[in-house]
Design a protein around this ligand. Sequence first.
Ligand code: NAI
Length: 245
Amino acid sequence: MTSYPELKNKIILITGANSGIGLAQATAFLQQGALVTGLDQNVDQMQLLGEKFPDFTYAQVDLTNLDELILALNSIEKLDILVNTAGILDDYQSIEQTSFEQWTKVLNTNVSTMFNVTKLVLAKINSDGVIINTASIAGMVAGGGGIAYTASKHAVIGFTKQLALDLAERGIRVNGIAPGCIDTPMNAKDFENGGLIASQVAKEVPIKRWAGADEVATVTLFLASAGASYLQGTIIPVDGGWLIK
Ligand code: NAI
């Protein structure tokens, strides 16, 4: 893995750090010597990560519960890098199949928690800080999710661009990542029953395979690094070519 000495001792907050992409991002930053805090509603994997890396701290929090979130963020005094990654899928449900309750849950989890976390820690982010939001190819085109997921990820990209514009003069860099088909617990269903759906999906990807979560983490490290100093409001697809079709 590429080494980024400038990330050593950086104070980093990552949501959704107990699984998949968030877990890989937390691991990658810890390997660079950063001081990482993870937030997630589940803690089993974060607990294991903490046993391996003493510089990792974590809290169990339902990000959609504002009181819990405020409590969890209280202990953070300052921050160099915020990585908003927690999110949920909508099982590719159409508008007819989506109840208002399900719509609200997906929008709350994927968009409103990103707004709340960012708003609550903004004053603590250093003047040369970095914010990285996890969007999706579903934030750029239709078909990467159902009605609620696609709407939520388009909102994440809009949020990221406006935040980047608003914070640019303060020196805070804001960018996003749009993953494609990443093999994480979120997509576990596709790999069931011999993985027929997973192999059909892989055939739709120009490079003909799923990615590992570590392949999103490496791009996250780059976005946090000094090498990305002129990137502002950019959404980087990590999609094996999905969006060029
Ligand atoms: P995952 O399901 O493996 O991990 C998501 C994590 O977010 C879980 O640990 C979960 O507990 C946490 N989380 C969800 N709702 C929460 C809540 N209310 N409070 C606290 N924690 C909560 O999923 P994965 O694949 O790692 O996804 C991470 C992000 O990447 C998501 O925003 C997802 O939409 C996005 N993404 C994933 C893709 C994929 O193919 N896996 C493709 C495009 C985007």
